[in-house]
Design a binder for this molecule. Structure first.
Ligand code: GLC
Length: 752
């Protein structure tokens, strides 16, 4: 009997392997060389050219006839193409109607989900849960790959400290340690263990580099920074993505210290390819090669082609700069054939690694597409992620969660985002295809759709007043809302930003609630007389002074995606205890920007507002409204002082930090225990805090747990004045707590 069972198991395993996904493609290099040797110069330049598909995500560029371009061997890749049937046709033309049959590479911005839309990346960062983020990207990759995409232009790993910048929503916030953990998780989620599998896509670390420090928070603007800050703050998440095996990088639009990133040899050749020994393919940003001319760093396409290719950048996204100038650059000796060949190798290598030469249509299977897109299980993860991303900023008197038997019975749901059916809301510009038939905003669960029945099921009476802010005449516009507020015991106001008002080229000079919403809050809460909850739909830190002072509970919901309403219902009714923690600092006012936790002490740190001769303001605080790492729960946690296994460590030794946390409240909750260090005396001034560890724990009421963090000399190193990554001996502090402000500390020494 046993033998028969073993035999049947063996047969099953064999059968399984017959249909298992391809294993990684082997023997690539000889195939790359053999193909390269056959290619003409035009065919090589064609492989370095990428054209836009049926969605434009940038400035207007000549709309090529894609099929003719492919047939002529002038195109190696297409970005932002949504039409599945078109992609099949294009792949057929590329592989059957061209001289060498080189497959087309399809790229797409899969930024926070592909067809199933997840919370924006900044919201995902607020979960402080890399494993969840990896799961999200795995789902996004499954849907994208099933729809014929081979390559996502993500993760965006730009550190930023400037909420005026519209693209903060695409990243993981202000901290390099959190950003590095998330960058690696996204690469694992997208690429999995096998790029040739038809459920994974190549990822792309962007924008290399320092795009998030554009002056004035204005997109595409100048970036100037010390090498010390570049190395210490900006590069770690890129290094983390490179070390995680990311397949591609993307240039940034900005200049860095005067040199456009697309032609920045220091970044692309010296650091990325030299120091880090990264061997992948670098794609420009949208026409960023052509914009080198506009930056005034090249006279024409010939010079720009030479400078960008010469810096180590390989593929020209939109704008056709290489088509216009690379051949001339070669003829005039500004680039070498070897440089062109090396760039082409990187493109061909990626196509081999994706399995495109072995089966150009493996990502274009209509049955698989039908079976994969919009799976119900994907929405469950979207709902989990949205609920976990929400950050409870204020909850005076424990007004939340809403449960029966409390002081409220009639609840008025009010505001422009209580039941918006517009594709502009709860998502972002990067829910690509937004506003087109490709993108179905009716799949969004709005707050009213989920919260009204959920609250009614608990016995509450609920009214809904969707307010159109652009109406103009506020009294008329708000009439219903005012009436609803008068008749209610509690108002829940849904305010904030349109999702479409954030993202690329959507920067703001004012962080206050837009469209006069603060006035709506005052009116709808009857001047603050009505107990109220403010649910904020934000893609970045916003400022809301009146609400901070007059509204009992404030929940930052970010742009939560398809499961907006269900996640809000879960959190507001207490089905899910909020556990989000801020990945960025929330200032009191835009005038404080940039404001961040890992700042230098200055020679005159301010201890209290108004203290003269110190680094502060006459007209307001120098501290944030809500600090990095902050978030409340429906329970409370207490922290004992951190304990160390030793008070000095030498090179090679590990400092073990232990901290005991107790749930001192009445309900179970999830706490993100955070560990920071400070280098008290170094060769140069160092930040007053640096995140070096975090761990999410779930505690039942009364339960306590000891969390441990290991600190080594490598964790204490920084890019010093001699341009060396090194730790200085001397005294340090360790801080532990539930955010970057409310911490307890203990000292130790690093001895050389
Ligand atoms: C855009 C963005 C970049 C995106 C690319 C393709 O301009 O800067 O992040 O991947 O173009 O859409």
């Amino acid at each position: 009997m046993a033998n028969r069972r073993i035999l049947s198991l063996l047969l099953l395993l064999c059968a399984g392997s017959l249909f298992a996904q391809k294993t990684s493609i082997t023997n690539i290099e000889p195939r790359v060389e053999a193909l390269l040797a056959k290619m003409t110069l035009d065919e090589k330049i064609g492989q370095l050219t990428q054209s836009p598909g049926d969605i434009s995500t940038g400035t207007d560029v000549a709309k090529d006839d894609l099929l003719n371009q492919i047939r002529a061997g002038k195109l190696g890749s297409i970005l932002s193409h949504t039409n599945f049937q078109n992609k099949i046709t294009m792949q057929r033309v590329a592989t059957r109607e061209t001289r060498l049959g080189i497959p087309i590479l399809f790229g797409f911005d899969v930024i926070h989900g592909y067809k199933t839309i997840f919370p924006i990346p900044l919201a995902q960062a607020a979960t402080w849960e890399p494993d969840l983020i990896e799961r999200i990207e795995h789902i996004a990759a499954e849907e994208a790959a099933a729809d014929g995409q081979h390559w996502t232009f993500a993760p965006m790993v730009d550190i930023s400290r400037d909420p005026r910048w519209g693209r903060m929503m695409e990243g993981s916030g202000e901290d390099p340690y959190l950003g590095s953990k998330i960058a690696a998780a996204r690469v694992r989620g997208f690429q999995g263990k096998d790029l040739a599998a038809n459920s994974t896509v190549a990822a792309c670390a962007k924008h290399f580099a320092a795009y998030g420090f554009a002056e004035g928070g204005r997109d595409y603007n100048t970036v100037d920074m010390s090498d010390q800050r570049l190395r210490d703050l900006i590069l770690p998440p890129f290094r983390s993505a490179a070390d995680a095996g990311i397949a591609t990088f993307m240039n940034a639009f900005n200049t860095l210290n005067g040199v456009p990133a697309s032609m920045n040899k220091y970044l692309v050749t010296d650091i990325l390819r030299g120091e880090w020994k990264w061997k992948g393919m670098v794609v420009s940003d949208w026409n960023s090669f052509g914009e080198v001319i506009v930056h005034g760093a090249a006279a024409d396409e010939e010079e720009s082609s030479a400078k960008c290719l010469g810096a180590g950048s390989d593929m020209d996204m939109a704008g056709s700069t290489f088509q216009k100038g690379l051949k001339k650059a070669l003829e005039n000796g500004k680039v070498t054939q070897a440089q062109i060949d090396e760039a082409v190798r990187r493109v061909l290598r990626l196509k081999f690694e994706l399995g495109l030469f072995d089966n150009p249509f493996q990502y274009l299977d209509p049955q698989r597409r039908e079976a994969t897109l919009f799976k119900e299980e994907y929405r469950k993860t979207a709902r989990e992620a949205a609920a976990k991303s929400m950050v409870l900023l204020k909850n005076d008197g424990g007004l939340l969660p809403l449960n029966p038997g409390g002081p409220f019975n009639k609840i008025a749901l009010i505001g422009p985002f209580v039941d918006s059916r517009s594709h502009k809301d709860y998502m972002s510009f990067w829910s690509l295809g937004i506003g087109t038939p490709y993108y179905d905003s009716t799949k969004v669960v709005t707050p009213a759709m989920a919260l009204k029945p959920a609250l009614e099921a608990l016995g509450f009476q609920v009214t809904v007043s969707q307010v159109n802010l652009q109406a103009g005449n506020e009294e008329v516009t708000y009439k219903d809302a005012i009436q609803a507020a008068k008749e209610a015991d509690l108002v829940i106001a849904f305010v904030g930003e349109h999702g479409l008002d954030c993202g690329e080229s959507r920067c703001v000079s004012d962080l206050n609630l837009p469209y006069g919403q603060e006035r709506l809050l005052k009116i709808a809460t009857l001047g603050g007389a009505r107990p109220a909850v403010m649910v904020l739909f934000n893609s970045r830190p916003l400022t809301f002074q009146w609400a901070n002072e007059n509204i009992e509970s404030i929940l930052a919901a970010w742009q939560p995606g398809y499961e907006t309403g269900n996640a809000l219902a879960d959190v507001l009714t207490g089905k899910v205890n909020p556990s989000g923690r801020l990945p960025v600092t929330f200032p009191h006012s835009v005038g404080q920007v940039p404001l961040y936790y890992n700042a230098l002490s200055t020679g005159r740190p301010q201890e209290r507002q108004g203290q003269l001769w110190t680094s502060g303001y006459l007209d307001g605080p120098a501290t944030p409204a809500y600090p990095f790492g902050f978030g409340l729960s429906y329970t409370t946690f207490s922290y004992e002082a951190p304990k160390l296994n030793k008070t000095t460590i030498k090179s090679g030794e590990t400092l073990e930090v232990s901290v005991t946390v107790t749930n001192t409240g009445k309900v179970a909750g999830v706490e993100t225990v955070q560990c920071y260090i400070r280098d008290l005396v170094a060769d140069i001034s160092r930040p007053v805090k640096e995140l070096k560890g975090f761990e999410k724990i779930t505690l039942a009421p009364g339960e306590k747990r000891t969390v441990k963090f290991n600190i080594t000399e490598a964790d204490l190193a920084y890019w010093n004045a001699q341009s060396v990554w090194k730790a200085d001996p001397g005294k340090f502090l360790v801080f532990t707590g539930g955010n970057s402000r409310d911490v307890k500390e203990v000292g130790f020494e690093l001895q050389k």
